[in-house]
Each structure stands twice: as structure tokens, then as C-alpha cells.
Design a protein around this ligand. Structure first.
Ligand code: 5GP
Ligand code: ZN
Length: 152
């Protein structure tokens, strides 16, 4: 949440879903992550997986977040398999700001038939607007190397 949101008491919608203050059916929850269906699904299965503690977006991540990201990704794969989807043929990813609409990190877990060609493009990994875990790893490694270089 930004300081302006805090001052104006504008709550973060995904914090509120994860902590139960906005009633939403949670598919999964533990002390680190929560999963729930997207309100406007792009495909037959469209689940969002969020960290319980607020993280703004892929832009604010560091390599310290990798265990959390791996956990979110593994849960996404498990949920896809439970629903009969092949994770290799599914679309797990993060929209990169400014192509996101909610400023609380969320992994889209999109499986099965897509609702439109536009949605196919919107959730197509390898595009500058939609990053999968492999791309995110590479970006975080690069960020870490640059920061280490700057300290030398
Ligand atoms: P983004 O555009 O940031 O990548 O994705 C945000 C996603 O959150 C969208 O797919 C949108 O449909 C979903 N979303 C926004 N508000 C709510 C809400 O209140 N409940 C649920 N379940 N999903 C939401
Ligand atoms: Zn939040």
C-alpha cells in the first residue's frame, strides 16, 4: 500500500481478501499465501495466488522473495493439476506494472480454454507485460548483480 492509501484509509483489496475482511471463498490459505478465483476469469480456470503480507508488485521484489515466489508457483501447479490441466500448457504469470491493475503482487494461474483472443495475448508469457517465474528469476538475478556491482 502507498502512504497516500494509508493516510486516506484506502485498504488494499487483496490484503482484505487474504485476511478475510472482505468475504471471498479462499481455495487455499496458510500463513504465507492465499488463493482465490479471479472475479473476471480469462479462462476456464483463473485463480489468483497472493502473498498474505502486502508486496506491491514484481518491481519491488528482490532475490529474498524467491522462496515465496516458488511457493506461490508450486501451489499454482498443484491447483492446475487438481483441476485436470497440464501446467506446461497453462499460463502462470505476473502482469508487470504499468500493465497490472491491482497493486498487491498476484500470480495468475490460468488454465483450460481461454475466453477470447485478447485474453490469450494478455496472458501470454514472454511478452513485456506478462512474466513467468523463469523470467522473474532472471530479472531478480540481474537486479542483484547490478546492486552488487554498484557496491564495489
Ligand atoms: P492484474 O490486472 O493486476 O494483473 O490482475 C488483477 C486481477 O484481479 C484481474 O484479473 C481482476 O479480475 C481481479 N480482481 C480485481 N478485483 C477483484 C476482487 O475484488 N476479487 C477477485 N476475486 N478478483 C479481483
Ligand atoms: Zn495488499
Amino acid at each position: 500500500m502507498t502512504i497516500v492509501d494509508r493516510i486516506l484509509c484506502r485498504p488494499c483489496i487483496f490484503c482484505a481478501i487474504a485476511d478475510g475482511s472482505i468475504p471471498t471463498t479462499l481455495i487455499y490459505k496458510d500463513d504465507k499465501i492465499a488463493a482465490f478465483n479471479d472475479i473476471n476469469p480469462a479462462a476456464e480456470t483463473h485463480i489468483l495466488i497472493v502473498p498474505v503480507d502486502h508486496v506491491k508488485s514484481v518491481k519491488t521484489l528482490t532475490t529474498d522473495h524467491i522462496p515465496l515466489l516458488e511457493k506461490m508457483h508450486q501451489k499454482g501447479i498443484d491447483l492446475l493439476r487438481e483441476r485436470g490441466h497440464n501446467p506446461e500448457q497453462s499460463r502462470l504469470g505476473f502482469h508487470v506494472p504499468p500493465f497490472n491493475t491491482v497493486d498487491h503482487l498476484h500470480l495468475h494461474v490460468v488454465g483450460g480454454a481461454m475466453k477470447s483472443n485478447f485474453r490469450k495475448l494478455k496472458y501470454e508469457t514472454g511478452r513485456m507485460w506478462y512474466m513467468d517465474l523463469t523470467q522473474l528469476h532472471a530479472t531478480l538475478d540481474k537486479k542483484r548483480r547490478l546492486q552488487e556491482g554498484a557496491r564495489l
